[in-house]
Design a protein around this ligand. Structure first.
Ligand code: ADP
Ligand code: MG
Length: 222
C-alpha cells in the first residue's frame, strides 16, 4: 500500500490557483524531493499532505485514510502521531534551551520527559549542546534541534519545507547526512521541498512542479 496517495488535488486561494490537478503516490520509506520554481505550489502541496491546509478539490489518503474526512480533533491527532514537520525557519523558542524546546513538542504530544528529549538530541549529534539556547547554536545545529523535535514521536512521515534554505553548503551537507542516517535506520518516509538541486539529489525520487502541476516524476540516478 502507498503511505501517501494524492488524487486530483487542486487548491485555489481566491483567484490564485496554487495547485491544479496533482496526482502523486509515495511508498513507505521512500525519500521524495519536490522541486520547482517559487510559486509553483510546493509548499501548498506539503501543507495539504500534513493536514495544515485543505484542498479545494481532490483527496489525500495517508495510510488509506482520507484526511479531509477527519474532524478537527482527529486531524490534530493524525498530525501529531503520523507527521513530523521541519521548516526553513527553525521556530525555536529563544529563551528555552535545546532540551526544553524538544520537551515543548513532547508536551503537545504526550508528557514532557527530559531523559527522552536529551536522548533525541543525542541522536542528532547534539549531546554537547543540550543546554544551549537557540542564539548559542549555529544555523545547522538549530535545524538539528528541529529534526529532533520533529522525530520525537517517531512519525511515519517527515515533511520538510526548504529545511536547509538558510544554511551554507557545509551545514546543509551536515543536516542532509544526519537525515540520511536517520532515514536509513528508522525507515520513515521523507517528502522534502527544495529549490536547490544539490539538496534534491539526496532523494530516491524527484518530482518537478510547475504552475501547480507535476511536470515530471522520476528516480534520482546515482
Ligand atoms: P512554492 O512553495 O512552490 O513557492 P506556494 O505553494 O507557496 O509555492 O504558492 C503557490 C501559489 O499560491 C503562489 O502564487 C502563492 O502566492 C499562492 N499562495 C500560497 N499560499 C497562499 C495563501 N495562504 N493565501 C493566498 N495565496 C497563497
Ligand atoms: Mg514554498
Amino acid at each position: 500500500m502507498k503511505i501517501i496517495r494524492v488524487e486530483g488535488l487542486s487548491k485555489n486561494y481566491g483567484t490564485t490557483t496554487a495547485l491544479r490537478g496533482v496526482d502523486l503516490e509515495i511508498s513507505e520509506s521512500e525519500w521524495v524531493s519536490i522541486v520547482g520554481p517559487s510559486g509553483s505550489g510546493k509548499s501548498t502541496l506539503l501543507n495539504i499532505l500534513g493536514g495544515l491546509d485543505y484542498p479545494t478539490e481532490g483527496k489525500v489518503f495517508i495510510n488509506g485514510t482520507d484526511i479531509n474526512s477527519l474532524s478537527e480533533d482527529e486531524l490534530a491527532v493524525f498530525r501529531r502521531e503520523t507527521i513530523g514537520f521541519v521548516f526553513q525557519q527553525s521556530h525555536l523558542i529563544p529563551y528555552l534551551d535545546a532540551t526544553e524546546n524538544v520537551m515543548l513538542a513532547q508536551y503537545f504530544h504526550s508528557i514532557p520527559d527530559r531523559e527522552e528529549a536529551e536522548e533525541a538530541l543525542r541522536r542528532v549529534g547534539l549531546g554537547h549542546r543540550l543546554h544551549h539556547r537557540p542564539s548559542q547554536l549555529s544555523g545547522g545545529e538549530q535545524q538539528r534541534v528541529c529534526i529532533a523535535r520533529a522525530l520525537i514521536n517517531n512519525p511515519s512521515i517527515l515533511l520538510a519545507d526548504e529545511p536547509t534554505g538558510n544554511l551554507d553548503r557545509k551545514n546543509t551537507r551536515n543536516v542532509l547526512e544526519l537525515l540520511k542516517t536517520l532515514h536509513t535506520q528508522e525507515h520513515f518516509t521523507v517528502v522534502l521541498v527544495t529549490h536547490d538541486p544539490y539538496v534534491a539529489e539526496w532523494a530516491d525520487r524527484l518530482v518537478h512542479m510547475e504552475d501547480g502541476k507535476v511536470i515530471s516524476d522520476e528516480p534520482v540516478s546515482r
